[in-house]
Write a protein that binds this ligand. Sequence first.
Ligand code: URA
Length: 425
Amino acid sequence: MDVISVIRTKRDRKELTPAQIDWVIDAYTNGTVADEQMSALAMAILLNGMTRPEIARWTAAMINSGERMDFSSLTRPTADKHSTGGVGDKITLPLAPLVAACGAAVPQLSGRGLGHTGGTLDKLESIPGWRALLSNAEMLDVLNSTGAVICAAGDGLAPADKKLYALRDVTGTVEAVPLIASSIMSKKIAEGTGSLVLDVKAGSGAFMKTEADARELAETMVGLGNDHGVRTVALLTDMATPLGRTAGNALEVRESVEVLAGGGPADVVELTLALAREMLDAAGLRDADPAKALADGSAMDVWRRMIAAQGGDPDADLPVAREQQIVAAASDGVLTRLDAYDVGVAAWRLGAGRARKEDPVQAAAGVELHAKPGDPVKAGQPLLTLHTDTPDRFDYALEALDSAYDIGPAGAEFSARPIVLDRIA
Ligand code: URA
């Protein structure tokens, strides 16, 4: 086998054979295939696509590049969820303890933010003492004792994806459905969950800007999961506007705790409950009532135990940014649009996100939303509060918000998009 013939096959729009796929994934993981050669192949895949059998084999080869976790010793059924990422998407934080409070085991391997989307681990690290890195044994212990664990994926899980994802990130080859689907699903299948609910986002703040692209990604991932024996369903959800009223690490933890306390923004509560119902259904726990577990404090109890089991202090004060700046409405009327991507870029520029994997993030930086699309606003009323520890970032963040929102005349026709756009099973 030689790598140039593999690259030429895809460059010339032909189907890769199973043997070619197995060989190239293995050879890239062990260093025989160089980064520049894999970049050429990734670009050929982005431009020319892959058939379903090619994607299935590519995913299997990435799973086989590393270890598979085993949760068979658990007495509860396992349920996991994965979001393709968005702005203000803090749903994992209330969702994992909520689903655990309803009787499932939730092993939630999560990532860090890159670019304009936030990462669950960065958010939780704003809680003093909380540790993202656990050994497999520690992960099982937390899962056994609390029902839920949110932690970083170990190096042994799908190492081919780890290497390939880092390469795609710097070669303009992230946005390819076959590569995104195989990347996400190889990690989830190797993780060993029995069931999986995918939150596939569509809109300006998501990887997939259109509903049609998001649907194609969702259908591909649902097919891959079910083919590997993982009961998989996907919700297509809206990411045209930020979720909830915060984008930024500690700000989002605070909002998640409000949801666990029975309050919080309506859209966050609605999506948390919709995903919880899907996870419980997929795990065979059809009689559980997640709305009750939010209202009666049992989800909050699991949250507190889960945070403490990973070294965090659930009662500690969360960091507050040293500086704030308000963006006020210029006129009276109705907020008709607030763009998720622009708000995500502003939060990132304020210090909530990183430009390179190695960069630190500011725990307290981000954007707070005082109005959501459909809300009436008055001239001079605060629309957004920007938070940062480094005020020289304000101007650059404000630039991102130049055309982030529209205010229509009072009484302007406004039809809200639903949060859940479709369900794909
Ligand atoms: N998340 C992943 O894990 N992989 C991708 O390719 C995109 C998002």
